[in-house]
Design a protein around this ligand. Structure first.
Ligand code: NAP
Ligand code: GDD
Length: 353
């Protein structure tokens, strides 16, 4: 039997790392697109990746960039994938307000470049394509919970770029018959989450405060609500979409909503430091109930020019058509992230003298 070949863009990111592990475990030949960086950025896939010459490497890497169409063309031609998972993106919503043009080039035009390269290489009939779409498309939500039929009201350059990408995928499906699917994924996290997303920022701070190397955690809108699942569960859903005979668009979500405030409370509770809130708005503070020390303060620099206040998804279509459901509860997710960050600092021998 010949191995199925997968190409993952964004393989060095959180989801790329979990997806690469999943596909390797399923016997795929896995290739990753990686952009050039002045320092090594393969930490998250270190368990799978060794240098080119090393026969034990479980994945192969190729330099390329979503902003460079020729590089995408070259990599597709070299790898000849059966499945392409397009996860590469400037994925931070707040940063997209600072870098709107770059975000649009990578997240929107980049997807067009990739799909057009597949078309021009006459690979449209042989490749199954996954696009990392997002619940941010729902933005100023028109109904709750959100499903595949909920109208999109994007509220950031990031969400607008992903809206273009979503419609482009639908267009290549309808115009050229591509097997191309959008996964409309709600927030998913884990110990490999980027350090400046709120979940990881909180769990890292909890660990650092416990180890005495950080005094306070500064946050923005703690009343914002999200549907948080585990990335490990969500990459399984991506794979399932490409195994289906017909392509489609699917919401992946837990159906449960929590506020940033809930996340903070649970994470501190897990290390035995329950939090009490005092004051309001910019003056609100999270206080360690036992010591009376202020551990959390609000810093408006983390507010967004336009906020998405609440997101919660209805993943019934994915359950019925793909047999997908999330496995990890909110509590288990927070626990795993707190434990991983505590462990990381403990094994690095980090503590304030
Ligand atoms: P992430 O950790 O930020 O990873 C993004 C990946 O894209 C990284 O590998 C990054 O490379 C790569 N990348 C960025 N710009 C690139 C460029 N110009 N050319 C090539 N590669 C580039 O994001 P994630 O959380 O894994 O999310 C994966 C995808 O799902 C993203 O498209 C995101 O927008 C989408 N999504 C995520 C969530 C979520 O909750 N995690 C929910 C819905 C949708 P470097 O390592 O070099 O930075
Ligand atoms: N990052 C961050 N930092 N967010 C904060 C902070 C803070 O200090 N304080 C409060 N928040 C609030 C944000 O305003 C937002 O409402 C919520 O916490 C979640 O923020 P993020 O963790 O940055 O994620 P996101 O929801 O904006 O975007 C993530 O999920 C999307 C799917 O809905 C990203 O992974 C996107 O790429 C993804 O598409």
């Amino acid at each position: 039997m010949t191995k199925r070949v997968a190409l993952i863009t964004g393989i060095t990111g959180q989801d790329g790392s979990y997806l690469a592990s999943l596909l390797v475990s399923k016997g795929y030949e896995v290739h990753g697109l990686m952009r050039r960086s002045s320092s090594l950025n393969t930490d998250r896939i270190g368990h799978l990746y060794q240098e080119e010459q090393d026969a034990t490497s479980q994945i192969r890497m190729h330099f390329g960039d979503m902003s460079d169409g020729a590089s995408l063309f070259r990599v597709l031609k070299e790898v000849k994938p059966d499945e392409v998972y397009n996860l590469a993106a400037q994925s931070h919503v707040k940063v997209s307000f600072d870098k709107p043009e770059y975000t649009t080039d990578v997240n929107a035009t980049g997807v067009l470049r990739l799909l057009e390269a597949i078309r021009l290489l006459d690979m449209g009939e042989s490749i199954r394509f996954y696009q990392a779409s997002t619940s941010e498309l729902f933005g100023n939500v028109q109904e709750t919970p959100q499903s595949e039929t909920t109208p999109f009201r994007p509220r950031s350059p990031y969400a607008i770029s992903k809206h273009f990408a979503f419609q482009t995928v639908v267009n290549y499906r309808e115009a050229y018959g591509f097997h191309a699917s959008n996964g409309i994924l709600f927030n998913h996290e884990g110990p490999k989450r980027g350090e400046n997303f709120v979940s990881r920022k909180i769990t890292r701070a909890v660990a650092a405060i416990c180890h005495g190397i950080q005094d306070k955690l500064y946050l923005g809108n703690i009343n914002s609500r999200r549907d948080w699942g585990h990335a490990r569960d969500y990459v399984e859903g991506m794979w399932l979409m490409l195994q289906k005979e017909t392509p489609g668009d699917y919401v992946l979500a837990t159906g449960e909503e929590h506020s940033v405030r809930d996340f903070v409370e649970l994470a501190f509770e897990m290390v035995g430091r329950p939090i009490e809130w005092e004051g309001s708005a910019l003056e609100e503070k999270g206080v360690d109930r036992k010591s009376g020390k202020v551990l959390i303060e609000i810093d408006p620099q983390y507010y967004r020019p336009a906020e998405v206040n609440s997101l919660v998804g209805n993943a019934a279509k994915a359950r019925d058509e793909l047999g997908w459901t999330h496995k990890t509860s909110f509590k288990e997710l927070v626990q795993e992230m707190v434990e991983a960050d505590m462990q990381r600092l403990a094994s690095a021998g980090m503590s304030r003298a």
